[in-house]
Write a protein that binds this ligand. Structure first.
Ligand SMILES: Cc1ncc(COP(=O)(O)O)c(C=O)c1O
Length: 365
């Protein structure tokens, strides 16, 4: 009897844990003409013109060489911007990579990691990737991070905490006094504060770094510096935390920041006038958009970010999302517990916000 070899299926080649992964699903990047794209919290304005100049110069010299594995120039620029020293700064290929390394470096412990149940969904993806048990602490009825509940859970023991401030996708910010309560509740574990959106009105925990050896602050140049396409994020904390991140990074990829990204990021950090002008335009547009959405009957959560989270009591959010998409206006809808009736709307230019409001008026009006 001859044995007919069966052809292998794709998953035969996979390591056993791959099947159980539930990868993050990023917002769509469709190629549609005249699309009003308000779905991934990108900055609607281009980066400082100094960025393209710096990249052009960097591109003309030295691309045949590896970049500096220590990213000294970029870390120095971030340290100067944050009032820290180089040893307190870690850089990565977008803050997503920085977060991934932090999960690996700090949260693989016996006890569970604490995160709010409504937050950036990539945290659950990293936890699953690294086999980290993750306890999701419910946000309160107003979708605010419940500090009392997190503090209470932390006293029973935890692997650490990850809190986005302002939170995503709600946009709600925490005062620094509340962040300090988390830091004090968890003195022997890392409290990671993800400040991806802090420049749009949040209160940064960076000034607390010298006082709290357990504080790691993660920021990105993707949002307020208009550099989502360049992929530069960073973490700030005391040197012992940065050392751990460097150890993980140097066990994974020695050169996460290429020469062009480094040059462009430094130029963006140095152009504060551009940063302030574009940031202020976004904050102004956000305030105007909130009022217009409320006029249309939406309930809008208070936002300190470059997006708003809103629901309409009389219209299903998935249906609104589809009707907007049919009008070439793209926002984000999460089919997830507690937030399925909300839309997350990134703040665009004034013209984009007007196009959104006009489309919504036609749909709900
Ligand atoms: C809360 C939060 N953290 C981190 C990121 C990742 O940003 P990036 O990898 O572009 O730096 C995002 C992106 O949307 C985010 O919403």
């Amino acid at each position: 009897m001859s044995i007919v070899p069966t052809s292998p299926s794709a998953s035969d080649f996979w390591s056993p844990r791959i099947e159980a992964l539930q990868p993050y699903v990023p917002g769509e990047q469709p190629q549609i003409d005249n699309l009003v794209k308000l779905n991934t919290n990108e900055n609607p304005y281009p980066p400082s013109p100094a960025v393209a100049d710096a990249i052009q110069i960097a591109a003309a010299h030295g691309l045949e060489r590896y970049p500096d594995p220590e990213s000294v120039a970029l870390r120095d620029a971030i340290a100067a911007h944050a009032g820290l020293v180089r040893a307190q700064v870690f850089v990565g290929n977008g803050s997503d990579e920085v977060l991934a390394h932090a999960f690996f470096a700090f949260f693989q412990q016996i006890e569970p990691l604490l995160i709010p149940d409504v937050t950036y969904s990539f945290y659950r993806v990293y936890a699953r990737l690294y086999g980290i048990d993750c306890a999701q602490v419910p946000v309160d009825g107003g979708l605010r991070v419940d500090i009392d509940a997190l503090v209470e859970r932390a006293t029973a023991g935890c692997a650490g905490m990850v809190v986005a401030n302002p939170n995503a996708p709600t946009g709600i910010g925490l005062p620094i006094s509340e962040v300090e309560r988390l830091l004090r509740a968890c003195p022997h574990r890392v409290v990671l504060i993800d400040e991806a959106y802090v420049d749009f009105g949040g209160e940064s925990a960076l000034p607390l770094i010298d006082r709290y050896p357990n504080l790691l602050v993660v920021q990105t140049l993707s949002k307020s510096r208009s550099l989502a396409g360049l992929r530069v994020g960073f973490a700030c904390g005391q040197a012992h935390l940065i050392d751990a991140l460097q150890r993980v990074k140097n066990s994974f990829n020695s050169y996460p920041i290429d020469r062009l990204a480094s040059a462009g990021a430094i130029a963006a950090l140095e152009d504060d006038a551009w940063f302030i002008r574009t940031r202020d335009a976004i904050v102004d547009a956000r305030e105007g958009l909130c009022l217009q959405l409320e006029d249309l009957g939406f309930e809008v959560l208070p936002s300190q970010a470059n997006f708003v989270f809103a629901r309409h009591p009389a219209h299903d959010a998935a249906a609104l999302f589809a009707a907007l998409r049919a009008r070439a206006v793209l926002v984000r809808h999460f089919d997830a517990p507690r937030i399925a009736q909300y839309l997350r709307i990134s703040i665009g230019t004034r013209q984009q916000c007007t196009a959104l409001v006009d489309a919504l008026a036609a749909i709900v009006g």
